[in-house]
Design a protein around this ligand. Structure first.
Ligand code: GLY
Length: 319
């Protein structure tokens, strides 16, 4: 049976939070996001699956030290890095993920492996055991700026509740709360949706704290829509945001409306978060209650981004 081909779509993010400190910082983020889109979108044009594109995009973003996932992850209160990641295939509607895993380069690869397993979400010891079983090379994702950020917080007796959303050279406002995560949503040429999200967490959190990024609250897809969230994990969980937007679209609401309604509710409850989404119709949307969401997309014609989108509109939309 032949399948009608559709125009692939792609959207990625590198976190949400407060304004970036400098124009240079904005440009650096824009460049990285665009280069990831430039590397991943052609895979979709070549007929690769949405899941393959999402995994590749997440790996590239995890490898980018600017962002709080994989290399460049923030440190928790005890000075350790523990990362979480998840993957959801919208067509088979299957979720997999790892919670608080250490010493690995690409947590999204563990989520990929777990897609085919009976036990699909592993935490702490179980995730460490899987890393050992798969013979993943031991890798230290720590970068100097994150270490300095933590040392500075330690000197200030951990006044901040979170680390910075991106690793910036100048720690101008070290006490400003910002949030980081990476995420990728793709629609492939066969109309299949997938989503992946990966994070180093909030930074400075208690040992054992669980991020939304490896829960359906932060990363969810059906065959109708796929959503990746970023921001304060507890706020995202309280809203069950990714699943909420997806279910609204699955029940017949247009993506733009589903994103807008959900963001309005989040703003009313003073949440601090953002989300990116694609619907099976090919619609792309992003939303935020925080000051910025660092996202870029390919709409089939061109690349666009939201890096300097700081106005009060709750959502943006492309078809
Ligand atoms: N959204 C990332 C976290 O709070 O862990």
């Amino acid at each position: 049976m032949s399948v009608d081909l559709v125009q692939p779509k792609l959207i990625i993010h590198g976190g949400a939070g407060g304004h970036l400190q400098s124009k240079g910082g904005q440009e650096a983020v824009r460049q990285v996001l665009h280069s990831v889109i430039e590397e991943v979108y052609p895979l979709l044009l070549d007929g690769k699956s949405a899941t393959d594109a999402v995994i590749k995009g997440c790996q590239l973003l995890e490898d980018e030290p600017l962002f709080n996932a994989g290399t460049g992850s923030v440190l928790q209160s005890d000075g350790q890095i523990r990362m979480s990641a998840s993957l959801m295939d919208g067509i088979v509607q299957r979720f997999s993920g790892v919670i608080n895993v250490s010493r690995i380069k690409n947590p999204i690869q563990l989520a990929q492996f777990l897609q085919s397993q009976e036990d699909r979400v592993l935490s702490d010891y179980g995730a460490a055991e899987l890393v050992r079983e798969l013979n993943c090379p031991v890798y230290d994702p720590l970068i100097e700026i994150r270490l300095q950020e933590w040392i500075q917080e330690r000197k200030g007796d951990f006044q901040s509740h979170m680390a910075g959303v991106v690793a910036e050279e100048e720690l101008v406002h070290p006490h400003e709360a910002r949030r980081g995560t990476i995420g990728v949503v793709a629609l492939d040429s066969q109309g299949r949706l997938a989503v992946g999200t990966s994070t180093g967490g909030k930074g400075l959190e208690r040992i054992g704290r669980v991020s939304d990024s490896a829960m359906p609250a932060g990363n969810y897809a059906t065959k109708y829509a796929a959503v990746s969230c970023t921001g304060i994990g507890e706020h995202i969980m309280d809203e069950c945001l990714a699943a909420r937007i997806v279910v609204r679209v699955t029940d017949g609401l247009a993506l733009k409306e589903a994103m807008l309604r959900s963001m309005k509710e989040c703003r009313e409850r003073k949440r601090d978060l953002g989300a990116i989404a694609i619907a099976a119709t090919g619609a792309i949307a992003w939303g935020k209650t925080s000051e910025v969401i660092l996202a870029a997309y390919h709409n089939g014609e061109k690349i666009g981004d939201t890096v300097d989108w700081t106005d009060d509109d709750l959502i943006g939309y492309q078809f």
